[in-house]
Design a protein around this ligand. Sequence first.
Ligand SMILES: Nc1ncnc2c1ncn2[C@@H]1O[C@H](COP(=O)(O)OP(=O)(O)OP(=O)(O)O)[C@@H](O)[C@H]1O
Length: 486
Amino acid sequence: MTQILKREEVVAARGVRITFGAVKALDGADLVIHAGECVGLVGHNGAGKSTIVNVINGGLTPHEGSLTYGGRDERGISAARANGVRCVFQELSLCPNLTVNENARIMHADLKGWNWRSRALSLVKTQLQEIFPGHAIDCDSTIDDLSIAERQMVEIAISFAGTDKKPKLVILDEPTSSLDAGLAAQLMAYIRKFVTEGGSVLLISHILGEILSTSSRIVVMKDGRVVADRAAGDFNTHSLVEAMGNVVREQEFSRKTTRKTGTPALSMPPRRGHGLAFEAHRGELIGLAGLGGHGQTEALLDLYLGRNSNWWPTAAKEIAFVAGDRSLNGTFPLWSILKNLSIASLGQLSSRKMIDDGREQALGESWKKRIEIRTPDMGNRILSLSGGNQQKVLFARALATTASIVLMDDPMRGVDIGTKQEVYEILRSEAASGRTFIWYSTEMDEIRLCDRVYVFREGAIVAELVGEDITEKNVLAASFSEGAAA
Ligand SMILES: Nc1ncnc2c1ncn2[C@@H]1O[C@H](COP(=O)(O)OP(=O)(O)OP(=O)(O)O)[C@@H](O)[C@H]1O
């Protein structure tokens, strides 16, 4: 610890206050980052993590408090950039209609002159290979053609890349939210190496395991303030959750052990003409597992839209969907939080074709309390919410419907641990009352909560795991084994 404090100060924000109307996003927060350390930053949804990132990155000027780079008082995005600060935002910020190398050019202004395209391409390719060895991203693609995980990987690679010199500090705001466990482990290994070589990383994540295993120091935020700042070795999961202001609850779930019987609520023949067929029965919690990008999202979309040529949902409106890419397919950015929540339930909120405002407000208030949507007013715009709180609204939108089947495409992305525990309980009790959930998750802890799990590989279902067989070892074995479904 003493050694860390003696290191060069890369950036220091002290006593920072930022308000948005009535909301105190930062209420006198301090964050100092030194060369050669990975600082883990954790806190509940809406604690102020992304806001302090925006301050350090020069995008927001503190209403009060000081900000220095290397001890010098400077302001603005270009000052941050000139001081070697790079940021991978929670809402990915690549230009979707440009190619990978064109995006690299935007982030690295010095990639100019003759042949810049091939230099940009080789910069990204080299960096991707260094962070995610063995990746299969086609770097000639337009960003639109990449999956959300691939976009996240490209943005991370562009941020760590250096045309002449490496960045001093890379801020990663929930960098693994769309990555599967294997890719997340590769990134964590790279961060450790980067830090050992003298670089600094500010790592924000709700996955406490990666914070504990990768950070040298952990800073905990609550309601716009730093409430703990200690060496990572001084924390364990339990103490970290407590410092965040949550109670650790043991997830005691009794899985359904009965075999599938009767007519399935939803079914689908083997995908890509091989592997196993898919079936979901009433009241089941079905997990879709496997490495990210192996066809789980496509399977959910086929189930929802009935695009599979051999199958058609009998009553599509009986199915609700929680989209995986919230900014692309989830939120209506110009609408209020309440309208975003109620849109899928208008039928039940209307009488004589008119929406009943009172019932709509009541629906909003009940979900606001139930999963703690942190806002002073549900009439505020959805984009005024922190990322995790937006995700909660999408989740509530699906659960508030009367749909008997709920499809979920990695719905807990960026949701804090306290809310996750709450949501797991809601899922379990709704399943017990007959709702069927089909849940793609990149987190093994969530897959373990399911009654039955289908493991995907190269677009097909290669294994079905039930009850006690749902283990990380079995999921990984099926994900990698050539003939798993044979
Ligand atoms: N542009 C904005 N307008 C109004 N309120 C905002 C705006 N940006 C952030 N806030 C509010 O500031 C608070 C802090 O938000 P912030 O995004 O920093 O939280 P966070 O800790 O990053 O949360 P998450 O874990 O969900 O990403 C929240 O209450 C949020 O609603």
